[in-house]
Design a protein around this ligand. Structure first.
Ligand SMILES: Nc1ncnc2c1ncn2[C@@H]1O[C@H](COP(=O)(O)OP(=O)(O)OP(=O)(O)O)[C@@H](O)[C@H]1O
Length: 254
């Protein structure tokens, strides 16, 4: 039996007195698209960061395709491609240099890395970004370069933190096609997003996180529970009427 692409048990992370991730369990089946959703500050990025080794957990177990992420760090790192929150890049490198640098860090043969990088640059519309220092690239271009970096070594598990944020609709359509082909070819993709439409269109399963805890998980239809996902999400994370009162200085007659 194929092990889950990602299996998280009892994950905990506390920042000062704030428990950002509070005993999270999460299973991502191999060969699926899995969405992680939750309001701002819910703990999505912290969970993803721990899953891929960028944030140290206080407690919990993480397995990637059956391998213990702590004890078999080299193996899990090779199996995983990551688009992290924040995109902390070496800012003086150009996009093409970033991809060469990443390939070098992963020990990829130079010729293969160069061919793959050229293809990713072409497919993702990164010709300009490839020759521009990262510091001078637009937010969307940086996102696409981050995605190219995550794909370059042909991982089996892709973990993407808000991959479509700031990306234009044409590039977004391209990225969706690439990701669908990746999953159709047996890969697994986990992504965090604020777009319920995206989850409905792309994901097989979804996990809803609220205040550091999983409040719902299952197929998109199961979580939506007969409603549309957006309405169900608002219900799950506590619908309120913020915005309908106050601000009279802004909304009243002048
Ligand atoms: N390095 C840190 N130091 C202190 N607090 C942190 C740190 N990283 C995250 N937090 C806090 O942990 C909580 C969860 O943050 P996280 O970024 O995981 O949420 P998120 O669900 O990804 O939010 P968003 O949708 O706004 O990106 C927040 O209250 C945040 O302020």
């Amino acid at each position: 039996m194929i092990p889950p692409a990602l299996e998280i048990r009892g994950l905990v992370k506390t920042f000062a007195a704030h428990r950002a991730v509070d005993d999270i369990d999460l299973t991502v089946r191999s060969g699926t698209f899995h969405g992680i959703v939750g309001p701002n500050g819910a703990g999505k990025s912290t969970t993803i960061g721990m899953a891929v080794g960028l944030v140290t957990p206080d407690a919990g177990e993480i397995r990637i395709l059956g391998h213990d992420a702590r004890r078999e760090r080299g193996v899990t790192r090779a199996l995983t491609g990551v688009l992290p929150d924040g995109l902390d890049f070496p800012e003086r490198l150009t996009g093409a240099e970033l991809l060469r640098y990443s390939a070098g860090l992963r020990g990829m043969p130079r010729a293969a890395a160069s061919d793959r990088a050229a293809e990713l640059i072409e497919v993702l519309g990164l010709t300009k970004g490839a020759g521009t220092p990262l510091a001078d690239c637009s937010t969307g271009t940086r996102k696409k370069l981050g995605l190219a970096q995550a794909l370059l070594h042909a991982p089996r598990l892709l973990v993407l933190d808000e991959p479509f944020e700031a990306v234009d609709p044409v590039s977004s359509a391209t990225i969706r096609r690439v990701l669908r082909r990746f999953v159709a070819g047996g890969g697994t993709c986990v992504l965090s997003t604020h777009s319920m439409l995206l989850v409905e269109q792309m994901c097989d399963e979804v996990t809803v996180i609220h205040q550091g805890r999983v409040v719902a998980a299952g197929t998109v239809a199961e979580v939506a529970a007969g409603s549309n996902l957006e309405d169900r999400f608002v219900e799950l994370v506590g619908a309120d009427a913020s915005g309908s009162a106050g601000l009279d200085w802004l909304t009243g007659p002048r």
